[in-house]
Ligand binder design. Structure first.
Ligand SMILES: Cc1ncc(COP(=O)(O)O)c(C=O)c1O
Ligand SMILES: N[C@@H](CCOP(=O)(O)O)C(=O)O
Length: 468
């Protein structure tokens, strides 16, 4: 399988190359040259199989030419062995036709572990084979960072620098990152928003000499391997509900657009997902786009669902490229104008195409607390604020009279956001035993302004100290 950039100016690469490169050299995002398609019989054969098998089977076409299905299976078995649930990603019914796909049973209690545990193994495998070392730079609104730190801590050939927006994550999220004192991990709190952190990461990649010097790699969802490792759980859930012989809908609380894009990819591979529902908090650029083709960036506002406090959703560029019929010149021009003018001029034909499949809605903080309360009272289901937004969006867009079930991506454990959950239910969810002393562990992180030079210096220092 070869990969092309959405901007059309970077050399095509194989899976291994895409894994290590992260962002394409022309600033675009990698996508497979063509979409693999599974027949109904091939989907049925996966029904009831253990999660690692489903993961290996569905990632294999994307890794073709780099890694075989057997190797992927070994890596997946190791990646998911430590999850806290025998089903890896269990499906729980919360109401008629409404199902919670619990993606938070990994080590850091958020859906990021589903892909990141796999990525850790993929990087180890590929770097050992090549005898290379890399520096991973990542931006986080709270969950990607902790998942990456957990997956890559204490690796000899990998340095990790994670940027988070100072004071804008939950305390549990921050402590999960900053209490890991492994020598290869560096946490940097940026005086700014998640969008500033993500801009800095992209700017480091676009600084070609720095990128070469540091051998930069990415673990945000700009890295195609992240998306590829998020596709299998949608299939796993849909198959459990009767796919490919019964269509399903999917509802995803959305920020950087990676998770819902993975569901879209599963659909491109032949899984009958009839509708893709996007839930947003007050940072609702994607919901505004779907409602009125209004893709105007506003300032990032803090909310009770901090992981979704994002305005510039990286992965939208991948969908845009597809909506434009894979036209790299048109994609580049629209992205250039988006950056320059803060408004994405999506042609009406492309917008209409998007609205035939995607549906979006926005939920306020009050609405989020109300949804957590309602799930708790009516279904005895404890949801975190992000999951609650996905649940409310699903209720708002439940396909009528068709019997189609909706799978809601439950993206975080409620104990990651105890303050919001307590406000809604009067009940403070405890952290699992292994994290019980999180509040008394030593924290270590630096604080920097959102300035490229300062951040590059800190990353360089960190990498040099470890290489020495
Ligand atoms: C708990 C949680 N829910 C939802 C999201 C949004 O997911 P995505 O950025 O893939 O749209 C995130 C962050 O990515 C998250 O951490
Ligand atoms: N919500 C994310 C933001 C980064 O998203 P990613 O999927 O691109 O890594 C977070 O928790 O950090």
């Amino acid at each position: 399988m070869r990969y092309v950039s959405t901007r059309g100016e970077a050399p095509a690469r194989d899976f291994e190359g895409v894994l290590l490169a992260g962002l394409a050299e022309d600033g675009g995002l990698f996508l497979p040259e063509s979409w693999p398609l599974l027949s109904a019989a091939e989907w049925r054969a996966l029904r009831g199989r253990p999660y690692p098998e489903v993961a290996a089977r569905l990632m294999a076409p994307f890794a073709e030419g780099s890694l075989g299905e057997e190797t992927l299976l070994e890596l997946a078995q190791a990646a998911y062995a430590g999850f806290g649930h025998a089903a890896t990603a269990p499906l729980v019914q919360v109401a008629p036709r409404l199902f919670s796909l619990e993606l938070f049973h990994g080590p850091t209690l958020a859906f990021k572990d589903m892909a990141m545990q796999m990525l850790g193994r993929l990087f180890d495998h590929v770097l050992a084979k090549r005898g290379e070392r890399v520096t991973i730079v990542g931006a986080t609104s709270g969950d990607t960072g902790s998942a990456a730190i957990e997956a890559f801590r204490d690796r000899a050939a990998i340095d990790v620098a994670i940027l988070h927006p100072q004071g804008r994550t939950s305390e549990v999220q921050r402590r999960q990152m900053t209490t890991v004192l492994a020598p290869n991990i560096r946490n940097i709190a940026i005086e700014g928003s998640f969008d500033d952190c993500q801009d800095l990461v992209k700017a480091m990649f676009n600084d070609a000499p720095f990128r070469r010097e540091m051998r930069l790699s990415a673990v945000n969802s700009i890295n195609w391997a992240r998306i590829a490792a998020q596709v299998p759980y949608y299939a796993y859930a849909a198959l459990a509900l009767g796919a490919p012989d019964r269509p399903v809908a999917v509802s995803v609380p959305t920020g950087n657009f990676g998770n819902v894009l993975a569901a879209w990819v599963a659909r491109r591979m032949g899984l009958p997902i009839e509708r893709l529902i996007i839930g947003a908090n007050r940072n609702d650029i994607l919901a505004r786009f779907l409602a009125a083709n209004d893709m105007r960036v506003q300032s990032v506002e803090p909310s009770l669902s901090p992981s979704m406090d994002i305005q510039v959703s990286s992965n939208f560029e991948r969908l845009l490229f597809e909506l434009l019929g894979r036209d790299p010149a048109a994609t580049t021009e629209i992205m250039r104008r988006f950056r320059a003018e803060g408004h994405m001029p999506v042609p009406d034909t492309a917008w209409k195409k998007a609205t035939t499949l995607f549906h979006g809605s926005t939920l306020s903080d009050e609405g989020t607390l109300g949804e957590i309360r309602r799930l708790w009272r009516e279904s005895a289901y404890l949801a975190d604020p992000h999951t609650a937004i996905g649940m409310a969006a699903a209720r708002g867009h439940l396909p009528e009279d068709t019997g189609i079930p909706v799978i809601v991506a439950a993206t975080a454990h409620p104990a990651k956001f105890p303050d919001a959950v307590e406000r809604a239910t009067g009940f403070r969810p405890p952290l699992p035993e292994r994290l019980a002393d999180l509040y008394s562990r030593e924290e270590r992180y630096g604080v920097l302004p959102a300035e490229l030079g300062a951040v590059e210096d800190a990353v360089r220092q960190h990498a040099r100290r470890n290489a020495a």
